[in-house]
Ligand binder design. Structure first.
Ligand code: NAG
Ligand code: NAG
Length: 488
């Protein structure tokens, strides 16, 4: 799920300020005039004794530039595992739709991420980290929206919740848990099933592989071949050769170092598959247009597989072209999410969530995927999490509390997924009823539909956004009628 390259992304955004080349095609995301605000939020919604009436400052972004005051709907983005600005600047569809629907737009930051740190720098100490749960985050959004509706005299305004990835999961949960507050949810690329421990542990990396294979089967073979060469060198403990092949900053000296190197290399492919957008982006990582194509073209250049692999992962780790050597422990941190946790404070928060409620026991096996054998079992997860956070994960709890695939009593949720996205098959791919609607986007990567319109958009995402807009407009109307009938 990954918020990797948090630091790199910020750097990139700063660089972008002075780079007209980069802003081109992204300018629409900079259009909304968000005001950054803080809300005094309840620290512990569920235990009245633990921290008394303690509060923390939750950050949110708000724009009323499109809003028909007191009447237009409220679009709430359920912030996920990172700085809320990153999502606000990469979810242009929401503001485009807000313009049409004359909606108020709010992007709420998730507790323990970005600037919403309940205990400042101590937030990741034990036991302070304990208030980081999905339930607390949902309650934050429910309280925030209820209070803001009062303050803004918007009690009658229907609320639609949006989110991508983990934010999409939160959107589903908001509609399931607080249907009194939320009229409908657009859950883009929300892997609600795989993260609840349902499905095949090999699915994720198999689908990453499929992206490269579908571009060119020779590409998959080349990647697989390069990893096998690396494995051969590792078995011979020819560490000096490995260092020189990959321009590593330090000579590896153990199986653990090789494991780390393999993780870092695999992570580059994960990111390129997820972020396989048809134009240049600076979301999570800086990516060229069609990174899977760029990667495969790089992989298939020349005869030296290892050097091709080095250049291919350089698309991710060396996008500036300024990297002198690859520091395997700095560029990638292994954690309880085998798809990556990113770097910095946000990565610690996500690691903790992956150690508690969010289950991501995904493996690569070198048979159904092109990667080295890297298992990640519940047992490995337990050992890691006990050591790192002194917690024992509770497999099945997410499924119990948010219903897993047994969603038939829910309503008004759109599950959108792009076929290029390795998370897609961990989510809901078929409509479950007339109001639980699956929208599949054949040419879409990770929540492409949430991004603003772009001239390079494939037709499938244009159609998906149209359908989403229609359904959401319908939900808003239905909710208004409900209120009207209450008046009699
Ligand atoms: C919290 O409770 C204490 C008394 O226990 C009170 O003095 C304080 O004003 C309360 N704070 C808030 C924000 O209500
Ligand atoms: C990073 O890219 C530059 C420019 O292509 C290249 O000269 C350099 O060797 C690369 N660094 C690494 C570690 O691969």
């Amino acid at each position: 799920m990954v918020r990797p390259w948090f630091v790199a992304t910020l750097l990139f955004l700063c660089e972008a300020q002075g780079s007209p080349q980069l802003l081109r095609g992204e300018s629409e995301y900079l259009k909304p005039e968000f005001k950054e605000k803080y809300f005094s939020q309840i620290l512990d919604h569920f235990n009245y004794n633990s921290v008394g009436n303690g509060t923390y400052l939750q950050r949110y972004l708000i724009t009323d530039q499109y809003w028909k005051k007191g009447y237009g709907p409220i679009f709430l983005y359920a912030g996920n595992e990172g700085n809320i600005w990153e999502f606000a600047l990469n979810s242009g569809f929401i503001t485009e739709l807000a313009e049409q629907e004359r909606a108020l737009v709010i992007f709420a930051e998730h507790r323990y991420y970005g600037k919403s740190l309940p205990f400042g720098k101590e937030s990741f100490h034990i036991p302070e980290v304990g208030l980081l749960t999905v339930e607390q985050a949902l309650a934050d959004y429910a309280v925030l929206i209820t209070e803001l509706k009062k303050d803004l005299k918007a009690q009658r305004c229907p609320v639609i919740v949006f989110g991508g990835s983990y934010g999409g999961m939160l959107s589903v949960y908001m509609r399931v848990r607080y249907p009194n507050i939320v009229a409908g949810a657009l859950a883009a690329s929300a892997p609600i099933l795989s993260t609840a421990g349902m499905g095949d542990p090999a699915q994720f990396f198999r689908d990453v592989t499929a992206d490269f294979e579908n571009y060119n089967p020779a590409c998959r073979d080349a990647v697989k071949g390069a990893f096998e060469k690396l494995q051969t060198l590792a078995q011979k403990e020819d560490y000096a050769q490995i260092q020189s092949e990959f321009s590593l900053c330090k000579t590896p000296s153990s199986a653990a170092d090789i494991h780390q190197l393999n993780g870092l290399l695999r992570n580059a492919f994960t990111l390129m598959a997820m972020l396989d957008y048809p134009y240049k982006t600076a979301f999570m990582s800086s990516m060229p247009a069609f990174p899977v194509k760029v990667a495969c073209d790089t992989m298939l250049k020349g005869n030296d597989l290892m050097s091709a692999l080095k250049d291919t992962v350089g698309i991710v780790y060396n996008s500036t072209g300024k990297l002198t050597c690859l520091d395997i422990y700095n560029l990638y941190i292994e954690c309880a999410d085998p798809t990556g946790c990113g770097l910095g404070f946000d990565s610690m928060a996500w690691d903790y969530q992956a150690c508690t409620e969010i289950e991501m026991c995904f493996e690569s096996n070198g048979v159904s995927d092109m990667f080295p054998v890297i298992p990640f079992t519940q047992q490995q997860r337990e050992l890691y999490c006990a050591k790192k956070w002194a917690v024992l994960p509770r497999p099945g709890w997410l499924k119990t509390q948010f219903w897993g695939d047994d969603l038939s009593t829910a309503s008004n949720i759109i599950f959108s997924n792009g076929d290029l996205d390795p998370w897609a098959n961990g989510g809901v791919r078929k409509s479950l009823s007339s109001s639980l609607i699956a929208i599949n986007i054949p040419d879409g990567a990770h929540h492409l539909d949430l991004r603003g319109s772009n001239p390079a958009d494939p037709d499938s995402v244009i159609q998906a956004r149209k359908q989403e807009a229609q359904v959401i407009s319908q939900w808003v109307k239905m909710e208004r009628m409900k209120h009207r009938s209450h008046d009699f």
